[in-house]
Design a protein around this ligand. Structure first.
Ligand code: OGA
Ligand code: MN
Length: 291
């Protein structure tokens, strides 16, 4: 039995006394996966994982998300994604650069990859370089949010289809960022608004900063409802704010959790390393697909 303590009153657990380098499909992964289905977010404090360890762990959850391969339709080698302002040799990207602005777009409450042809199941994030202050990563459960939402809002969302577009979130930060070709390479993507967990049956709201419209509603009305629903799910008492220590591994269910980064002094380096896995039919993908 894994030793756990609550991460937040509404969701998540801290998993103690596990060395993630030792996890295999036969050893501990079954229990970890069960905790993931039940609690939506897992924190493994003070790990020491290399990119190879990180990749091996992620592969237990599902197919590694490889956006370059997805975009080109070719077999592009997988790489762990740095979430970083480091340029090497101790320098950082300029605060006003498009690169830093893109990191700032992560500070809008979002779910990763809702705009991709195949959405993500999970993000496994670890920290390698941290600033002297700020740079927290925050999580909020859209399972808890959906369960607690006022009935009038639930009625508008329960059968809704939400449309997603990467450039929508990027243009909120900067029109120039939103106009970059790399932000406009995915066709607009619709998903049903409610993603039931196939193991526990619990429903969660599937929404993001990338959400730009609701099927059958005017653009203004749809966007207002999207903003209202995200604001409800992320009210201060519903948020877990993770103050990183180097080595921490934070894993969350992209089907049921909104997240965002927090600002830090941009002249200081900050590097997280992220791997997302794509959702598969076993993860309940059919329930959100719009036929
Ligand atoms: C991510 C992300 C936020 C952060 O890795 O997907 O949104 O804290 N990170 O940098
Ligand atoms: Mn993200």
């Amino acid at each position: 039995m894994l030793k756990t303590t609550p991460l937040h009153g509404k969701f998540g657990v801290i998993v103690h006394d596990v060395d993630l380098r030792e996890v295999t499909r036969e050893h501990l992964f079954g229990e970890i996966r069960q905790l993931f289905e039940e609690h939506s977010a897992l924190l493994f404090p003070a790990q020491q994982i290399s990119d190879a360890d990180h990749t091996r762990l992620a592969e237990l959850f599902g197919p590694l998300e490889n956006r370059e391969a997805m975009a080109s339709g070719r077999d592009v080698p997988f790489e762990v994604s740095p979430v970083s302002n480091e340029k090497g040799e101790g320098s950082v990207t300029a605060a006003e650069s498009l690169h830093t602005l893109n990191l700032q777009a992560n500070m809008l409450w979002h779910t990763d990859s809702t705009f991709l042809p195949v959405p993500a199941l999970v993000n496994l994030l670890t920290a390698t370089v941290l600033p002297s202050r700020g740079g927290e990563t925050e999580l909020a459960s859209t399972r808890a949010g959906w369960a607690e939402m006022p009935q009038a809002m639930r009625d508008k969302l329960k059968d809704a289809v939400i449309w997603h577009r990467l450039s929508h979130s990027r243009k909120k930060i900067s029109p120039e960022l939103g106009a970059m070709p790399v932000m406009n390479r995915w066709p607009d993507r619709p998903w049903k608004a409610i993603w039931p967990n196939p193991v526990t049956g619990e429903e969660a709201l599937y929404i993001a900063s990338h959400s730009f419209a609701i099927e059958g509603m005017g653009l203004g009305e749809g966007e207002a409802l999207i903003d209202e629903a995200i604001a409800f799910c992320t009210r201060p008492e519903a948020v877990y704010s993770h103050k990183w220590n180097v080595g921490d591994v934070l894993i969350w269910d992209e089907r049921a959790v909104l997240h965002r980064g927090r600002p830090w002094p941009y002249e200081e380096p900050r590097t997280l390393r992220s791997i997302c896995c794509s959702a598969t039919e076993n993860d309940g993908l059919a329930a959100v697909r719009v036929v």
